[in-house]
Design a protein around this ligand. Sequence first.
Ligand SMILES: [Mg+2]
Length: 160
Amino acid sequence: MTPFPAGAVDALAHGLEDYRLTTPTDQQTPAEAAVAAAEYLVALGYTVTHQEHPMPMTPDHWTTIRGLVAWLDQQNGRDQQEITLRLLKLTEESGEVAQAWIGTTGQNPRKGTTHSVEDVADELCDVIVTAAVALASLVDDPAGHLYTKLRRIAERPRTP
Ligand SMILES: [Mg+2]
């Protein structure tokens, strides 16, 4: 899921604890604590690099998605029919995007203008979340899958 290894979290925790125990409380600063934690990381062989293409969704976001998957699993199980319904849900949400967009135009004289562009944006977000839930229901590493896909798209030439 997150590319941050558990050993690195332990190293950070040890570095922070060491700083807390060896530095008088009234002299502790967040910046020095961060340096102490970073020194532990480096001492244990970890390196920190900046990703040119950061993860499209944060680990916190994927925790939310996994929570939705776990809730659906608990309520419905996750057999082939349930996965089919999670995929069909994407079609439902896509239809709501179309409904909202049509609603911004007032194209139906009987209804008039019923939606705003913000409504359309909200429905697009529903599509993204629904797709993420379906993806996380299908593969073990949805974050890695999305990251790899987006990196390939970013690197793809845009000329024929
Ligand atoms: Mg919706």
